[in-house]
Design a protein around this ligand. Structure first.
Ligand code: SAM
Length: 292
């Protein structure tokens, strides 16, 4: 087996060979610790029948481990300068396909249909570029891809918000948006020292396991997310204050909002951060009668 890409020496050699300079604007912090990479891959529970979708392969450190652990890897990379490097570093692996595209603009469903045809178990596994972690995760979930889940590295602070429970300071509209589609857990905290260059913030790995159906059933998904965003607009305000100031014509519809809160069994003086997903679901359906 070839020497791992993710050792400090081999990574340095590859970067020097190609005269590669990191672009901070693309969130380029490469992993140089094989043990961490193997752990990340183990959280995805891949088998030789699984497919893996990677976002941002960099010089191929994680891609290589995924290629060894699964049947096929398809990776989206935005930076053209990395393509010849990846062709070189991943040449021992015939089951890897690199797609030169911004994942946020990609039709990931179409790519999956083509590249993962016949593969039933597909996971997204990535060390995400930190400047766009949330938009990427939300896009992958909203695209409703036929995947089992997502295992990804991101800023610890965002991981905390994604897996937060009601009643905690980290719980907010992001926790709800992600937990609506998935069961979210932080599975590992990662020190800065395993990256080059080292990021300014601590990192964590989260695992998102797709639910068979959303955590709550609501009349209108878009409106549900609008209500959850409104509820957290100003964290110290009450639910009633946030909803009246954020929902369209909320001030004129204050009585309707109070009626909806009461019908859902929620005190208007409560704060958004105390509501469970089920309570937000009930509230959203009651409000929808007045705001659709
Ligand atoms: N997977 C490698 C590793 O773990 O060492 C590199 C991870 S690095 C944190 C993020 C990678 O994502 C970089 O290679 C960067 O060029 C790429 N990237 C940034 N924005 C992207 C986007 N919108 N779509 C696809 N790739 C992107």
């Amino acid at each position: 087996m070839d020497k791992d890409i993710a050792t400090p020496v081999r990574t340095r050699d590859i970067l020097e060979k190609y005269g590669f300079s990191f672009k901070k604007s693309l969130g380029q912090n490469f992993l140089i610790d094989t043990n961490i990479l193997k752990k990340i891959v183990s959280f995805a529970n891949l088998t030789e029948k699984s497919g893996a979708i990677e976002i941002g392969p960099g010089i191929g450190a994680l891609t290589e481990q995924l290629a060894r652990a699964s049947k096929k890897v398809t990776a989206f990379e935005i930076d053209q300068r990395l393509l010849p490097i990846l062709e070189d570093t991943l040449s021992p692996y015939s089951n890897v396909k690199i797609i030169h595209q911004d994942v946020l603009k990609a039709d990931v469903n179409a790519v999956l249909a083509e590249e993962m045809a016949g593969i039933e178990d597909v996971m997204v596994v990535a060390n995400l570029p930190y400047y766009v972690t949330t938009p990427i995760i939300i896009k992958l979930l909203e695209d409703k891809l036929p995947i089992r889940g997502i295992v990804c590295m991101l800023q610890k602070e965002v991981a905390d918000r994604i897996s937060a429970n009601p009643g905690t300071k980290d719980y907010g509209s992001l926790s709800i948006a992600i937990q609506y589609y998935t069961e979210a857990e932080t599975v590992m905290i990662v020190p800065k020292t395993v990256f080059v260059p080292q990021p300014n913030v601590d990192s964590a790995v989260i695992r998102l396991t797709l639910r068979e159906r959303p955590a709550v059933s609501v009349k209108d998904e878009t409106f549900f997310f609008k209500v959850t965003k409104a509820a957290f607009a100003q964290r110290r305000k009450t639910l009633l204050n946030n909803l009246t100031s954020q929902l369209p014509n909320g001030k004129e519809k204050k009585e309707d909002i109070i009626t909806s809160l009461t019908a859902s069994g929620i005190e208007p003086s409560r704060r958004g951060e105390t509501l469970s997903l089920a309570e937000f679901g009930r509230l959203s359906d009651e409000l929808y009668k007045f705001f659709q």
